[in-house]
Every structure is written in structure tokens, then in C-alpha cells.
Ligand binder design. Structure first.
Ligand SMILES: *[C@@H]1O[C@H](CO)[C@@H](O)[C@H](O)[C@H]1NC(C)=O
Ligand SMILES: *[C@@H]1O[C@H](CO)[C@@H](O)[C@H](O)[C@H]1NC(C)=O
Ligand SMILES: *[C@@H]1O[C@H](CO)[C@@H](O)[C@H](O)[C@H]1NC(C)=O
Ligand SMILES: *[C@@H]1O[C@H](CO)[C@@H](O)[C@H](O)[C@H]1NC(C)=O
Ligand SMILES: [Zn+2]
Length: 297
């Protein structure tokens, strides 16, 4: 990096720190997914995560879960990795059709391929010679993208940028539809039903062990011994985008209690699935990795 480039990056980053925080699954949504996940890690994965997290995280994955959102400007190549949008009303995900950077048109760049990419990088943890990738970054990327892929409007329609171009009202406030699914539904839930975010996370965790107990193994499973299976999660999100997010939410709609009460259970389910699947994926990655290094003992 040349000196000018360094100055430029420093300038951009300092400027970003001055801007009001934009919440993208908002910071809260991502932190919830990572908090649920970290509580479900096996000992190999917990140790690897602890080792890979920067010191400043204090072994709290949730605190770094929105790191990837802060990079979109500094690393423009990464911005396509947060979504996989489809044609209008497709309601499913197809790799060859939908995994594309909408700004550059480059194929194979989307949240699905990113999860596979960072899974493969993390499989090199502890290997000799050392991975050429910064595995701290790989961990922070996969932890963030596993959240994004479960937010239905990260697999919405390309024509309206996953709802970013649909302007509606959330109760009295003007808002875009994407943001409502990233943040507003969660904020309204916490405001109305819980003391704070931690209290909300507790409630989701309780449902994982009770209400959803019979489904959790299915959420965790991938077929064919695959270590991660993001295409399935993207298809679920694309289906939810049609069935729940876009439905009755056209340009200019006023979304209030009717929308809120029918949609928040979907948000809660997706947060739970995101957390459970992030943990299951990390558990498989680091189990596999420690099994491989055992062979050489
Ligand atoms: C894979 O990860 C590397 C390192 O972060 C990055 O340069 C590349 O763009 C990624 N590709 C995809 C599809 O995620
Ligand atoms: C890896 O990335 C992290 C997070 O960006 C950074 O703090 C760290 O210095 C990097 N490590 C190396 C060896 O470059
Ligand atoms: C937990 O499950 C109950 C019963 O299905 C439901 O009413 C409640 O909204 C759920 N809470 C969360 C946070 O998912
Ligand atoms: C999960 O996968 C395992 C191994 O393939 C299989 O034995 C089990 O029945 C699956 N469970 C569910 C709920 O799909
Ligand atoms: Zn994101």
C-alpha cells in the first residue's frame, strides 16, 4: 500500500467514525446470532475462536460480529458478499443465476460463496505450512455472513436491492423495507417485550431448547457430510422474503401492528437458526481440523 493510499484509508476510516452508526441485520441482529453461536461451541471450536479473536474482543465473538459491515467502503470487493439477490418473485435461490456482484456483474460473488470461501480458509487453521489467509478475518467474515444469509431481505429481489429501494413507514417513521428487517422489528420487540438485548437473547435461547428442540438437529444438518450448506439457507430466506417481507409492504405502505405481530416470529426463528448454524459450522470446521492433525501424532 502506497503512502497516499494509507492516508486515504485513514481519512475514510476516521470520517466513518464521525458518522452516526448505521445499523445493518443491524448490529443487534448480528450480535444476537454470534452470542447464540458462541454458547453452543464444542471445546475444539471454542478454543479456536478464543485464539483467533483479537485481544480487544475479550473472547466475545458478538462484539466483533459487525466488523465486516465496517469494511464495505474500505474493501469495496467485500460489499457483494453480504447478499444474494434474485429476480423479482423468484422466491428461491439458484447459484448460477443469483450469485453475482450486482455492481460489477462478476459471477460467483455473493453471501453463499463467501460462506463456503471462509469455511475453506478456516479448515487450514493449525495446518503446516500456515494458511496464507488471515484466519481472524475469516472467522469474523463467516460469523457476520451467517447472520446476513438468514435475513430474508439479504436474499430479496435485485431490482429493489433487497428492499433498500422500497420506502414505507414503520409506524410513524419513514423507513426503507430492508432496514425494517435488519433492525426495526428487533428494536420494536426489545422495546415492547424485553428489558434489553440480553433478555431477548435469553428468550431465544430458551426457545431453542424448548419450542424448537425437535427441529434443531435438522437446522444443524448438512447433507453429504458437507461442512457448510449456505445455499439451503439462502433458499429459505428467498422464500421468506416473498412470503413475509415483501407481502403487503409495497412502496408507500404504512406498516404497523398487523405486520409487526405476524413478522417478528419469523425474525426470531431466523436469528435462532443463524446462531445454531454458525455454531454447527464452526464445530464441524474445528472438529475436522483437529481430527486431521491427530492423524500425524
Ligand atoms: C475469499 O476470501 C478472500 C480473502 O478474504 C477474498 O479476497 C475473496 O474475495 C473471497 N471470495 C469470496 C467469493 O468470498
Ligand atoms: C489479521 O486481521 C486482524 C483484523 O483485521 C488484524 O487485527 C490483524 O493484525 C491481522 N493479522 C495479521 C497477521 O496481519
Ligand atoms: C418462544 O416461543 C413461544 C411459544 O411458541 C412464542 O410465543 C415466543 O414468541 C417465542 N419467543 C421468542 C423470543 O422466540
Ligand atoms: C442429520 O444427519 C444425520 C447424518 O446424516 C442423520 O443420521 C440424521 O437423521 C439427520 N437428522 C435430521 C433431523 O435430519
Ligand atoms: Zn452484512
Amino acid at each position: 500500500m502506497g503512502c497516499y493510499r494509507v492516508v486515504q484509508v485513514v481519512a475514510i476510516v476516521s470520517f466513518m467514525l464521525l458518522l452516526p452508526k448505521t445499523h445493518a441485520w443491524g448490529e443487534d441482529g448480528h450480535a444476537i446470532v454470534c452470542k447464540i453461536a458462541q454458547g453452543r461451541l464444542n471445546s475444539a471450536a471454542a478454543a479456536a475462536v478464543k485464539k483467533l479473536l483479537p485481544k480487544s474482543a475479550n473472547n466475545d465473538l458478538a462484539s466483533k460480529c459487525s466488523w465486516a459491515d465496517s469494511l464495505k467502503v474500505v474493501f469495496p470487493w467485500s460489499s457483494a458478499l453480504h447478499y444474494a439477490d434474485t429476480p423479482d418473485n423468484a422466491c428461491n435461490y439458484k447459484q448460477t443465476r443469483d450469485c453475482v456482484d450486482l455492481k460489477t456483474g462478476i459471477k460467483g460473488r455473493c453471501v453463499v460463496s463467501a460462506i463456503t470461501n471462509y469455511t475453506n480458509q478456516l479448515l487450514e487453521y493449525g495446518s503446516e505450512p500456515k494458511s496464507k489467509y488471515n484466519l481472524t478475518q475469516s472467522l469474523l467474515f463467516i460469523s457476520h455472513f451467517m447472520g446476513d444469509i438468514h435475513q430474508p431481505l439479504h436474499c430479496g429481489f435485485a431490482s429493489d436491492k433487497g428492499g433498500n429501494d422500497i420506502s414505507v413507514h414503520w409506524y410513524k417513521r419513514k423507513q426503507n423495507l430492508h432496514h425494517i428487517w435488519d433492525a426495526s422489528i428487533i428494536e420494536t420487540e426489545v422495546e415492547r417485550f424485553y428489558d434489553d438485548i440480553d433478555d431477548f437473547v435469553d428468550a431465544i435461547q430458551q426457545n431453542i431448547t424448548k419450542t424448537w428442540a425437535d427441529e434443531v438437529e435438522e437446522w444443524e444438518n448438512c447433507s453429504n457430510d458437507d461442512i457448510s450448506c449456505p445455499a439451503i439457507y439462502a433458499s429459505e430466506s428467498a422464500a421468506d422474503a416473498c412470503k413475509w417481507a415483501y407481502k403487503d409492504a409495497s412502496e408507500g405502505s404504512v406498516l404497523e401492528d398487523e405486520y409487526f405481530f405476524s413478522r417478528f416470529p419469523i425474525v426470531n426463528l431466523r436469528l435462532a437458526q443463524g446462531g445454531v448454524r454458525l455454531a454447527a459450522t464452526l464445530n464441524r470446521i474445528f472438529e475436522t481440523q483437529s481430527a486431521m492433525s491427530m492423524q500425524f501424532i
